[in-house]
Design a protein. Structure first.
Length: 276
């Protein structure tokens, strides 16, 4: 009996898994074990991913904008001032989401880096590169709002305590990751060095998380956990709206950046074919 090779298998065998190329063909990704595609690689094909991301991007953006607007309206106009911090407590509605997303974004980079290193997921490093810039912006917003919040509360704009210093280090790690991915792409690297850096940088996350527990710092301890909160509900209720609002907007920005990167890589590949 004559061996039969499907077109999908030929396309998959001839395609390199490179973070810049990202397998720009429209061929579905197949598993070596059989025709069933694992859920991990369900959207590994860029064409399938773009088809999903295109309508999802505006939905996430406008939903996040509505939640954020409502949360800020409630936090700035409908909540009472804190008995100790007064009106300055209202910056919490910006600072807490910025800190959460700044840390969560690096968790996404670390996860994408692991997917790339272990399974060579074709969109993994594209996603990591797309996350880096907005993640750095949210980390910077956390530092700025924290300084503004700390000035009337602590009497100083900056204090080299564990939480602030480790968050500043995370911001610099973001900058290092963006510089490394650009240099790796310019020299034609395969993305492994930025991926290793992405995994190694995650060591800062538990340090930031538990710094107020491990060291006696100026930064206040944890006020909100999964089971309880030390903040009164009359002040706390707008926070989930701003948190999810910023989160949806962040997700929309990442999807837009991924689509732009895939389009740029596809256009570059087309230009190379035309030049040849």
């Amino acid at each position: 009996m004559r061996a039969f090779t499907t077109p999908a298998a030929k396309a998959t065998a001839g395609t390199r898994t490179h973070p810049d190329n990202a397998q720009l063909s429209s061929t579905p990704t197949r598993s070596r074990r059989g025709p069933n595609v694992p859920s991990l690689h369900a959207f590994a094909n860029p064409a399938r991913f773009v088809k999903l991301a295109r309508p999802l991007t505006p939905i996430l953006f406008w939903t996040g904008s509505a939640l954020l607007a409502f949360g800020l309206w409630g936090g700035l106009t409908r909540t009472p001032p804190d008995y100790l911090q007064g009106e300055t407590v209202r910056i919490m509605y910006l600072h807490v989401p910025a800190a959460s997303i700044g840390m969560g974004a690096w968790s996404g980079i670390a996860l994408c880096s692991i997917l790339f290193l272990v399974w060579r997921h074709p969109l993994a490093m594209v996603a990591a590169r797309a996350i880096a810039l907005p993640g750095a912006v949210f980390a910077a917003l956390c530092l700025v709002t924290g300084s503004i919040w700390g000035r009337p509360t602590w009497g100083t704009w900056w204090q080299w305590d564990g939480r602030l210093t480790s968050m500043l280090l995370l911001f610099f790690v973001y900058l290092g990751f963006m510089a490394l991915t650009r240099a790796d792409a310019e020299r034609g690297g395969d993305g492994r060095i930025p991926a290793i850096y992405g995994v190694a940088g995650s060591v800062l996350l538990p340090i930031i998380r538990y710094s107020v527990v491990w060291w006696n710092t100026l930064h206040q301890g944890q006020s909100i956990s999964l089971t309880k909160s030390t903040i009164d509900n009359s002040i706390l209720w707008p926070l989930p709206f701003t948190l999810f609002g910023f989160g949806f907007i962040f997700a929309a920005i990442v999807l837009m950046r991924m689509r732009a990167m895939l389009a740029a890589a596809k256009a570059e590949a087309r230009m190379r074919r035309m030049a040849q």
